[in-house]
Design a protein around this ligand. Structure first.
Ligand code: BGC
Length: 722
């Protein structure tokens, strides 16, 4: 590879080199505010190295032909696309997948996505999004793995491996991208693209680890973020892109910016004009410019005037050519664009089955009073009510790549009808709307209530419209939008059992529902096969096993909220009940509605006390913590067993708990399994007072539990000695 690229680069003019550094959207689709016309001429002129938002074997082949037939050096294009949770066969949104805590399921989703995308000419996905998200107002919480560093890092690894496999030269694997680097999820007040201002310690300990995990998993590329970090926009941030990513972590892939984010350094107030922004970007460590066309227009002049070195350009060109080489594009630029393979690959039955399986694994049972679920055989008439009950478009959520929103998705109504036993009717009324403007309106209520009154059970399919999460979809309220809750209250008032089937891409404040409905199942946006997966869970063909990857607040005023908060000097537990001068709210408890890691099952699980192999360890030692988990109910089920650790005293204050291990186990009724976790000092490392990364000797507590909100067993103590 090196010899090939050396020889190629020796032939390239500066303009041809700069050409490789540009990524433009096709005019098929645009995922941002600007579009450059005439991109096909740019390709022919050798001004473009990569194209995004173009797919199908035919279209990518046509565009590729322009690069390899009309340019002097015939360097093939790289085709990128946002394949986030499926390409054609859509899986649950990423946050939903994270709720499965099932790394095989998550890897399968990425694998299938890669196979379908690769069959349509795609070489490169802008996924995984590994941003830690702790503020449910931010619409992009739906795109990542939730709030936790440990879980998020494991999922980052699974997704990278799913897309890239072990061999990028295979035509069914694609390059992955860890995005958005970095701290995009820490936007002030949850408003998308807003300022990020966090300590360097928080950056390192909370926001960076999933990116590091992606590097360790061999991720091929990184994407910068739109936000600033400590006053410097991420696309011009040398501390992030060079000092951290290259020098500290040894990343050897290429870095692309987010959509026009180089140009945005001008409105940020960081660059005086576009040319300066381009110089800042490449000098900070950016390799490829997505859609700003600044490298294309201005970089040669910056080189001529000595503000950017040829060495900097060479370094970036080399990284991009290496990616193309690894994919085998220099051998055959059309190897991903094969119409026969495309036809044979899309929507394979096994892909649809995998999507259904991952969807049911991602659902979280939040409440189940009196075993209202699974639906009893005696429920002969089911009233399905709510805007999400008969919707195909919503099922696949945002960033659904080439997913068909109109015909393919199985709606909840279709799924329930297909599964309902003969003699059981499923009847639908929309009743309410999730549109914001519907608030206060009641048209539709009468029809829904009439249906409800003559039915045995009501399933209220409510939540958010698919595009109320994702990019540029922040909210200041987490309530069910529109007039849904008003209808829900009236449905409950009929006295019939009500099951809330929640669908959304973020935590919602559903405290009223928690207090009044019989059961709540969170189905996120479950994907193409969503309706069938919902039916699998509601009828009990699958016993729900998902656990929340993100905290659900009681109301929006608790945001940002996460399970690994600090204790403070006035923790609420130290005051008498209702005490004033402690860290609390006057109107709601500090605790969330549902904690991180929480989720019920149709069966129950018992936890034994924890036992430790030793009560202290030295620097190269380890301790094994174990607990026996028993299925104490009458159905087979799966449980996500979670290990939490608290570092009691540190050179800087430490979180009240941190997830340090988990295992998803399946147990038959009455069956027990002993789950073991090995803890080493390095597992407890953090950024210490002097900014070095490592563990500290001292006292720790540990427990094994079904969620971050429940210390099922009494914490046990151990020490790390010097
Ligand atoms: C988003 C990225 C996405 C890119 C390309 C941007 O607006 O922030 O996540 O990959 O567009 O579509």
């Amino acid at each position: 590879m090196d010899a090939f690229i050396d020889a190629l680069m020796a032939k390239m003019t500066l303009q041809e080199k700069i050409g490789q550094l540009n990524l433009l959207t096709s005019d098929w689709e645009s995922t941002g505010p600007t579009m450059r016309s005439g991109y096909q001429d740019d390709i022919k002129a050798g001004r473009v190295g990569a194209i995004f938002n173009a797919y199908t074997a035919k279209y990518t082949r046509d565009l590729q032909r322009l690069a390899v037939e009309d340019t002097r050096l015939k360097i093939p294009l790289l085709f990128g696309y946002d394949v986030i949770h499926g390409h054609r066969t859509i899986f649950p949104i990423s946050l939903g997948e994270a709720a499965s805590w099932d790394m095989d399921a998550i890897e399968t989703s990425a694998r299938v996505s890669a196979e379908e995308a690769a069959a349509e000419g795609i070489h490169w996905t802008f996924s995984p999004m590994v941003d830690i998200a702790r503020d449910a107002r931010w619409g992009r919480v739906s795109e990542g793995a939730g709030e936790d560093v440990f879980l998020g890092s494991r999922i980052a690894r699974a997704r990278v491996h799913g897309y890239q496999g072990d061999d990028l030269a295979r035509t069914d694997t694609i390059l992955a991208t860890a995005k958005h680097f970095a701290a995009y999820g820490a936007a002030q007040a949850g408003r998308d693209y807003h300022t990020v201002d966090i300590s360097d310690r928080t950056l390192r300990d909370t926001y960076l680890p999933p990116f590091k995990a992606a590097v360790d998993a061999g991720v091929a590329s990184f994407m910068t973020s739109f936000n600033e970090v400590d006053g410097v926009p991420a696309s011009g941030n040398k501390y992030l892109l060079t000092d951290t990513l290259r020098d500290k972590w040894g990343f050897d892939g290429f870095v692309v910016t987010d959509y026009t984010s180089i140009a945005e350094m001008v409105p940020h107030g960081y660059a005086k004009d576009k040319a300066q922004a381009g110089e800042q970007a490449i000098n900070a460590g950016v390799d490829m410019d997505m859609q700003s066309a600044i490298f294309m227009d201005d970089l040669a002049k910056s080189v001529a005037e000595g503000r950017v070195s040829v060495a900097a350009i060479d370094r970036s060109v080399r990284r991009i050519l290496e990616a193309k080489y690894r994919l085998g594009l220099f051998e055959d630029p059309y190897r991903y664009a094969d119409e026969a393979r495309e036809k044979a690959t899309l929507y394979k039955p096994e892909y649809l089955e995998a999507a259904r399986d991952v969807a049911r694994k991602s659902m979280v049972l939040l409440k189940n009073e009196g075993n209202a679920l699974p639906l009893a055989a005696s429920a002969k008439s089911i009233a399905l009510i709510g805007p999400l009950g008969d919707s195909k478009a919503d099922m696949i959520g945002s960033w659904a790549a080439a997913g068909d929103r109109r015909t393919r998705p199985v709606s909840v109504l279709e799924g329930l009808k297909a599964r309902a036993p003969s003699g059981t009717s499923v009847t639908y009324a929309k009743g309410a709307s999730y549109e914001f403007e519907a608030a206060g309106k009641t048209d539709g209520f009468a029809e829904a209530l009439a249906l409800a009154r003559k039915s045995d059970v009501i399933i209220a399919a409510m939540g958010e419209k698919w595009d109320m999460t994702g990019e540029a979809a922040s909210r200041t309220s987490l309530d069910l939008p529109g007039n849904q809750e008003a209808l829900l209250r009236q449905l409950v008032a009929t006295g019939k059992p009500v099951v809330l089937l929640l669908m959304s891409g973020r935590p919602n404040s559903i405290g009223w529902a928690q207090d009044h409905v019989a059961a709540i199942l969170h189905a996120w946006y479950p994907g193409t096969m969503g309706g069938h997966a919902v039916a699998d869970v509601l009828f009990g063909d699958y016993n729900p096993s998902g656990k929340l990857p993100i905290t659900f607040p009681r109301n929006v005023g608790q945001e940002p909220i996460h399970y690994d908060m600090k204790h403070t000097g006035r923790p609420i537990e130290l005051g008498a009940p209702g005490a004033k001068y402690v860290s609390r709210y006057l109107d709601v408890p500090n605790s969330p509605l549902y904690p991180f890691g929480y989720g019920l099952s149709y069966t129950t699980f018992g936890y034994s006390p924890v036992s430790l192999s030793a009560s202290s360890m030295g620097r190269s030692g380890s301790i094994v913590a174990s607990a026996t988990v028993t299925n104490t109910g009458t159905r087979a089920g799966e449980e996500v067993v979670q290990l939490y650790v608290q570092d009691m005293v540190g050179s800087v204050t430490r979180p009240v708990q941190e997830l340090k291990g988990f295992e998803k186990i399946a147990l038959a009724p009455g069956e027990s399994r002993t789950v073991q976790f090995t803890v080493r000092p390095e597992d407890l490392a953090f950024t210490r007072a002097d900014m070095s990364f490592g563990w500290e000797p001292g006292e720790y507590r540990l427990w094994i539990a079904p969620s971050s909100g429940a210390k099922a067993s009494t914490p046990v103590e151990f020490t790390i000695t010097e």
